[in-house]
Design a protein around this ligand. Sequence first.
Ligand code: C2E
Ligand code: MG
Ligand code: MG
Ligand code: MG
Length: 281
Amino acid sequence: RRAKRDGLGIAVFNPQDRASVHDRLLLRGELRAALAQGQFLLHLQPKIFLNDGALPSGAPMGFEALARWQHPERGLIPPGRFIPVIEVSDLIHPFTLWVVDQAVACCSRLQAVRPGVGIAVNVSTRNLLDDHFPSQVQEALLRHGLAPALLELEVTESAIMADPARALATLHALHALGVRLSIDDFGTGYSSFAYLNRLPVDALKIDQSFVAGMAADQDMRAIVHSIIEMSHTLGLMVIAEGIETRETLDQLRDMGCDVGQGYLIGHPDSEASAAAWLRSR
Ligand code: C2E
Ligand code: MG
Ligand code: MG
Ligand code: MG
């Protein structure tokens, strides 16, 4: 066990491994300490409007806040290595509140660079099952003086399906605040348009696996095209994530996709980089 801790370490969760209960408990303890010690940070990834007439650059729509763990010895650890452990414990409550608070504060500061720019935060299953979550989000908005419509909360279909009745109550309470709601990773879950129509959501994010597959696969393009058309029929805005090539961006724009996000537009980076990116547009 010692040898294992000395390398990349048990402190980093690998979904491929069947980590022992003991290792998981150790990691959870480290994550709790990391939150208390301020070792997490947010990177911001830009999103642009694809069909606002501002060709070819696209006007900034906002940013997605993505968590990283700045580990004192292991450097910057991506969320895929620690979110899966946080989100199955009660640590997800203080963690998400920290992310919301930081993201809202950051977006509030960015209004000075570009008024109206928004921020999106990823929300986990357990947050949707927590009655207190909506009022805590409202407190963060009031604390930093941000208009609710500039905050977007991203939820997955599977998070909603874990307990649809309770999740729906939370989503309605959040929506009543004026916060925007979007379905993340759309296409990888249940993906029922009939059900989607009954949710108080404003936007749908097409999963990056579909977007990545578009260039080489005609069927994938057809699927993406119909997702966009059906979303518009339901009055939903469509965001495509994982755009890496100009060709894909042009195809999405031609299909009427509203917003784009991906390495072609910008990588997740610091708030200073986000501000510089806004100034350059
Ligand atoms: P997500 O919400 O679907 O975020 C998009 C992920 O795709 C991010 O990975 C982003 O860096 C990556 N990405 C963006 N553009 C491209 C591209 O053009 N190509 C490729 N290959 N990837 C791209 P990241 O930052 O590693 O985050 C992974 C996941 O971790 C997120 O997926 C989200 O589910 C979760 N996550 C991140 N931050 C938080 C958080 O604060 N709270 C919760 N609950 N989950 C988070
Ligand atoms: Mg997301
Ligand atoms: Mg996603
Ligand atoms: Mg994801």
